[in-house]
Design a protein around this ligand. Structure first.
Ligand SMILES: [Fe+2]
Length: 199
């Protein structure tokens, strides 16, 4: 089954700056995403995107929300329509006249799967947070005190163990870091304390 999107342009540039309201995004999230584990993953990625937008990009309210919304909805169709993963949520957001940048970020969060290259910082960070966030959360679940006392070294050890969270592609993590021009240690160090507040 191919998830390739076979296109590189999304939405309409005339909709630049248009987002869903938080209420609309939450309603879509609740209607489409029924699996609690996936809900948590998407909320964690949304929070990381928001933190990065604020702390590293210095973005204001509306632009911050675009980043957060891309994180919140990036896997919205994975749960109920895995064969249409990415395609369905993008089409839904296009129907709702959302800013093309948000759809592009969602479309490029797995270049190997969807065939769309991350271009903007928002694209690159969504790709970078996605897999690593999942692996770090899996690690927290096997530690007696969860995120408490977790450090970069511990996460890197888990990354080296191929059998740990084996579905998380180490290659994609390295690829994402190099595309975003971020050091892996720095990215892990950013994620741990911020992700720990979304559980
Ligand atoms: Fe994801």
């Amino acid at each position: 089954m191919s998830l390739l999107l076979n296109r590189s342009a999304f939405g309409n540039v005339a909709n630049k700056g248009t987002t869903l309201s938080r209420e609309e995004a939450e309603a879509l999230f609740k209607e489409w995403v029924l699996n609690p584990k996936l809900q948590l993953h998407m909320r964690q990625v949304a929070h990381l995107m928001k933190c990065w937008a604020v702390e590293k990009e210095g973005l204001n309210g509306e632009d911050q929300w675009q980043w957060e919304m891309a994180g919140l909805l990036h896997d919205a169709d994975w749960d109920q329509w895995p064969d249409l993963h990415c395609k369905k949520i993008i089409e839904e957001l296009e129907k709702r006249n959302v800013d093309p940048d948000v759809m592009h970020a969602i479309a490029s969060h797995g270049p190997a799967h969807f065939g769309v290259e991350p271009e903007t910082n928002m694209d690159k960070m969504l790709f970078a947070f996605d897999e690593l966030s999942g692996l770090i959360h899996a690690y927290s679940l096997m530690r007696p005190n969860g995120y408490e006392g977790m450090d970069v070294k511990g996460v890197k050890k888990r990354l080296k163990e191929k059998s740990f969270a084996a579905n998380v592609s180490r290659e994609e993590i390295n690829d994402a870091c190099s595309r975003a021009n971020i050091n892996l240690d720095e990215l892990i160090g950013f994620i741990i304390p911020r992700q720990s507040v979304v559980q």
